[in-house]
Design a protein around this ligand. Structure first.
Ligand code: SF4
Length: 381
């Protein structure tokens, strides 16, 4: 497709490319950094969907907003932001063109808020109704849920979409107030996660529920972020939390606040996967005195250093849950060990590699094989 000769709605989408730097659509965190360029290519991002990686169009209904979140380039009154608005018909047609041209296969749709959350949510839903009904698109759709949207709108969004984002932005009301003073933590955000959970339970809606946090701008700690995430995973069907390291935007109230180190974001993801996928409790993680994860060590390794160095796990007898505590052994690796040892195939550390465990050396300091520590030379292979 010749983008120079593209119709007006596609040019509008390109003008909104700044959105791609700030909204989490399930793509790699490093793609979520502010940048200056604005082209259509910046609106297409690779996202892991239930049907594999797809080039997803990431866009907005409008870059105008009546709210004033302190970190956001679209906040009301910021003159550097070019305000662009597209109608649901235009957006749906543009997406159909991009999808037929094989430029995009999937859409993540968000919006600034104009005339309240309900009106804005209607426009997002209308767009996807058109994409699904008029253009017959059955592929991947990820929708943002607006603060102030209604229960029925959320239910409809969850029928139409594969994934809905209800972004908490901060772990507590106090932190949210410092980031986004016009949003109410309980009434605007948590309430909608609760509704989404109810809708999923009652209707079996297939849409997964995700949330996002802006990390590190207002004193929020990893302990706070992971504690709220743990509750949402256990009690509210949360599929995933995205952690977006704060990066200051000029002409916003937080423009002089230091950017958060990307390493902090990485440690938060590692810890949240332990909570979500390995059923760890946040209390088991190792935090510094400031309530943050140490930056210089993987959280699973930090736990193993403290708990397994003198109390290693025997690969021939340990239960699955114990195996999962060992660095280098994930859910697939634990299953493979359980199967292989029934056939007597775990006799030395190198056998782990034969059954698909990529880095047995990471497990070496924390394991026994048949009651014995693996010999040093085996640990170093
Ligand atoms: S509601 Fe807040 S985060 Fe969302 S677009 Fe408006 S100012 Fe930005």
């Amino acid at each position: 497709m010749n983008i120079q000769a593209a119709p007006d709605p596609i040019q509008k989408i390109a003008l909104m490319a700044e959105n791609a730097a700030f909204e989490s659509a399930g793509d790699a965190p490093q793609h979520e950094r502010p940048y200056q360029s604005r082209s259509l290519a910046d609106c297409i991002t690779n996202v892991s969907t239930p049907k594999g990686k797809k080039p997803v169009l990431k866009s907005m209904i409008t870059t105008a907003c009546e709210k004033n979140c302190f970190y956001c380039p679209f906040r009301a009154g910021r003159s550097k932001t070019k305000r662009v608005t597209i109608t649901p018909d235009q957006m749906a047609k543009a997406f159909d063109d991009l999808q037929r041209a094989k430029i995009a296969d999937g859409i993540f749709l968000s919006s600034g808020i104009i005339k309240g959350g309900t009106t804005t949510q209607d426009k997002i839903i209308d767009t996807i109704e058109i994409i699904r009904r008029k253009y017959g698109y059955r592929g991947y759709v990820h929708l943002k849920v607006m603060p102030g949207s209604e229960y029925d709108q959320l239910a409809r969004a969850m029928q139409l979409a594969d994934r809905v984002s209800i972004n908490l932005e901060a772990p507590t009301q106090e932190r949210l107030h410092a980031l986004a003073p016009k949003k109410d933590f309980a009434a605007d955000l948590l309430q909608r996660i609760q509704w989404a959970h109810e809708i999923k339970q009652k209707t079996g809606a297939r849409a997964s529920i995700v949330t996002q946090f802006v990390v590190g701008a207002v004193g929020d700690t990893d302990l706070e972020l992971l504690s709220v995430t743990e509750k949402l995973h256990r009690q509210m069907s949360l599929a995933r939390a995205y952690f977006s390291a704060f990066s200051p935007v000029i002409q916003t109230p937080l423009e002089n606040v230091m950017a958060t180190l990307p390493e902090r974001e990485r440690r938060l993801y590692q810890a949240s996967f332990l909570v979500r996928d390995y059923n760890w409790s946040v209390e088991e993680l190792n935090f510094t005195g400031t309530g943050n994860l140490p930056l210089d060590v993987d959280p699973k390794k930090a736990w193993a250093d403290a708990n397994l160095t003198n109390n290693p796990v025997d690969l021939r007898t340990a239960e699955r849950a114990q195996l999962l505590r060992v660095p280098g052994i994930g859910p697939k690796g634990a299953e493979a060990i359980l199967k292989a040892r029934m056939q007597g195939k775990i006799t030395e550390l190198v056998d782990l590699r034969k059954i698909g465990i990529a880095a047995p050396e990471n497990a070496a300091p924390y394991v026994l094989i048949g009651g014995k520590r693996p010999p040093m030379q085996e640990r170093l292979f």
